[in-house]
Design a protein around this ligand. Structure first.
Ligand code: SF4
Length: 267
């Protein structure tokens, strides 16, 4: 017997769309003028040149994510004084995605520059694992901060122990904890100035810069990750969600800093 149209079950379009995975974040389009972007880039170059002229041992802590690749590019394609005066390093926490680690090789082949890696103290990691297990950081904010302390803050302190200034790729728009971020602030804990040269940049400006200069980026950005940290503590975000919604997503957005930028949290 042949099948007729009335035999075919009707599928509810609403039910199908409910099954469809949600649209993920994609890099935003820049709709401003080229002149405005060029002006922003000039200002960035001047900011970096000013830092390199004032300090001898400035260091840039790169997470290897989008904003930090803008700064990496501006430093490594900057004047010899900027390239020599601001050294780029990253915190190799031991829990990074393979895609993030691959950025180190991309930078090496694109710029001929080896980003210095700081790793956590092996004994401290072992003690944490013995006491709290591999993923103990999901159990409480205190245990999450303890893990960040071991894998990020202590290596950062070591990396900055001889620095006379440091830089980050933070932007004001990224989070409520960063809304008042200045270009220059004093890192009271370390007794040195801290610079946020992209504080006033927007997300579309960041992506316009990366595309315009063909900067190598983390492959995770194309999989819905606007902000990237350690693998177990970062996930892709939906279109329209806060760009840092995928970082420590199980915590309140008022507490989402890893200790590297503790000044951002108002106590
Ligand atoms: S982000 Fe997660 S895995 Fe990475 S150091 Fe912090 S708690 Fe540990």
């Amino acid at each position: 017997m042949s099948t007729v149209l009335s035999d075919i079950p009707v599928v509810d379009a609403g039910a199908v769309s409910a099954l469809r995975p949600p649209a993920l974040w994609v890099a935003p389009e820049y709709t401003g003028s080229l002149e405005a972007l060029e002006q922003k880039e000039r200002e960035l170059g001047e900011r970096l040149a000013g830092i390199a002229a004032r300090f001898f041992r400035a260091r840039f802590a790169s997470s290897l994510a989008a904003e930090d690749m803008v700064l990496t590019d501006a430093i490594l394609r900057g004047s010899p004084a900027v390239r020599a005066g601001i050294r780029v390093f990253t915190l190799q926490t031991g829990r990074l995605h393979a895609e993030t680690v691959a950025v180190l090789d991309k930078v090496q082949s694109h710029y001929g520059y080896s980003i210095e890696q700081y790793t956590p103290d092996a004994e401290a990691v072992e003690n944490y694992l013995k006491k709290h297990g591999l993923n103990g950081f999901y159990d409480s904010i205190d245990l999450r901060k303890e893990c960040c302390g071991i894998r990020k803050v202590e290596p950062l302190n070591r990396a900055l122990s001889h620095a006379d200034a440091w830089l980050t790729g933070q932007r004001r728009e990224q989070a409520v904890t960063r809304a008042e971020l200045p270009f220059e602030e004093q890192d009271e804990a370390r007794g040195i100035p801290k610079f946020n040269p992209l504080a006033d940049w927007t997300e579309p400006e960041v992506w316009a810069y990366l595309k315009r200069h063909n900067v190598p980026v983390n492959d995770l950005h194309a999989k819905g990750y606007p902000s990237i940290g350690c693998e177990p503590c970062t996930r892709a975000v939906r279109a329209g969600e806060d760009v840092r919604a995928g970082r420590w997503w199980w915590e309140s957005k008022d507490s989402k800093e890893c200790g590297l930028h503790e000044q951002n949290i108002k106590h």
